[in-house]
Write a protein that binds this ligand. Sequence first.
Ligand code: MIG
Length: 657
Amino acid sequence: MISNNIKKFVFGNPINTGAVVKDIDTSVGVPKEFEYDRATDSFSFSFEKDDAVYGLGETVRGINKRGWIYVSNNYDDPHHEETKSSLYASQNFLIIDNSKRCFGIFIDNPGTVTFDIGYTNSDLFTISFEDNDTYFYVIDGNTPYEIVSSFRSLIGRSYIPPIWAFGFGQSRWGYESADDIRTVAKRYKELNIPIDMIYLDIDYMQDFKDFTVNPERFPDFENFVAEMKNEGIHLVPIIDAGVKIQKDYDIYEEGVAGDYFCKKEDGSNLVAAVWPGKVHFPDFLNSKARKWFGDKYKILTDVGIEGFWNDMNEPAIFYTEDHLKEVFSEIKNYENMELDIWSFFEFKDLIGSIDNYPEDYKRFYHDFDGIKIRHDKVHNLYGFYMTRSAGEAFERNNPDKRILMFSRSSYTGMHRYGGIWTGDNLSWWSHLLLNIKQMPSLSMTGFLYSGADIGGFGGNTTEDLVLRWTEFGIFTPLFRNHCALGCREQEMYQFEKTSDFKNIVELRYSLIPYIYSEFMKAVLNNTMYCAPLAFEYRHDERCKEIEDQLLIGSSIMIAPVYEQNKTGRYVYLPEEMKLIRFRSCNDYDEEVLSSGDHYVKADLNELLVFIRKGKVLPLAKPARHVNDIDFENLSYITFDSKPDDYDLYRDDGISRI
Ligand code: MIG
């Protein structure tokens, strides 16, 4: 197909990653925007002074990516600090924009790709590859919005979850038994805080084995799933990438018999270790293995489960059998040594090298439907293909209804099968801000059903952080409070001001008609659910630098408070807007504010929404579950508009469309 606004260049002999769904004719030569350096096999672009760079999906730092080096190399790293270059995801889509001209690029390369966006040389953008077999797309458009839409039509429609997945979900690593889960449900019910999901982390499994349920701690699981559903709660279990090596464990036995696991050079199955102890990794890049593993989700859907989260699928490796041997043999050299500072660090690095060891990712292979490929060359596809395995199976086995699915690791293309959560953040205020900045980048790349662990995963949180984070989280499609084992408990009922939490979560439920409508329009029209101000107000120079206010759908702008001990914040209004200061869905004040800078008060229990001129915000009455929301009788907050000006999207919320 000839596309006027998308050009495809091919370098070397790239594989079809599945990222793209449109066939585009190949252009000859090198993208005209870039200089190609044969010696280093890299492409570079010279920035103009006011160029901003957007994209890359889930990464550290700002919405404008200029001034740092990002490496697409999916990695399990629970320290999302700004000095990092890689997180769990690789979304190699970027827009370069200086309001006079803009263009987008998409690098479809499943190996390591480095985006030096003015790090080495502040005016130079350089793209380099570990492996130069690459598709390189250049996407033209008059505005960033147009580029996003073209890109999204190139990569296909984003995943649609069931509508109940827009409710609130409580999670914690460490809910050990059905009774623990019952307690969570009961405590939320007692406080009348709406809830639709409780997540099952690895503790529900028998010895961390995929598709098993511990029968002592979760007796009669099927009935338990039904009991919770009666309470209006969906249980959402986790699935890990590694399959435990254990005789008579059917998944393991079938995987070996069917040759479904990743192999080493010598043809034996790679032995790595993760939560279950020693595991093999399913070869999700192989369509037979993918079908086999995907069909296993049926074990749980057959007992009433309707949603999952896929974890550890970078894949994360605690150690491999081979590298562990190497470490133990080298360790001996240090045993009788008097460690000086140099040997001390070598020794420490040696021990520290056992997990996620780069060389380990070169020790195993995929059978990519007949092509043998070393893992590191397609590393960034692993989480995508695990989720694809599930997604394809759901289409086969559950053709009539949507199944909730999100993943930790991802690559472009996975957005068609599931959403993502942003992994192991910390209970830091700066990670609330990071969450705010990640959301528009995720919308650009098609990962619309996304969110972060509200309250922070690692570390001990505080009540005010959970509250402020929840106030932002009500605008993220995936709205889940999740926390790590051993950290301070952070369910809303652990805190004092439970009525504040109730009000905020109720407000989320009141907003679901709007949030769902805007989400679905973004999916169906390839537009953005959540956008930076710079995309909408392109010629307002101020908006270019505003990264702590966002547009959510077409009607509203939000300005979250993300610092401790603040009772307000500065907000910049690119145009006249109507401020709504919500304390709850039926307790709020309204004030029209002129364009420009304002200091706006927002107490701990208050959150700020700004209605754009001519737009409408529909609100439903509060409900305990998404199912109970009355979509017929909405109220409307207007600003120079009539309720009818709002185009409410509706469907049954469950059937596939
Ligand atoms: O190595 O399943 O990101 O959400 O709670 C930790 C336990 C494994 C990492 C996930 C996190 C989950 C945790 N998992």
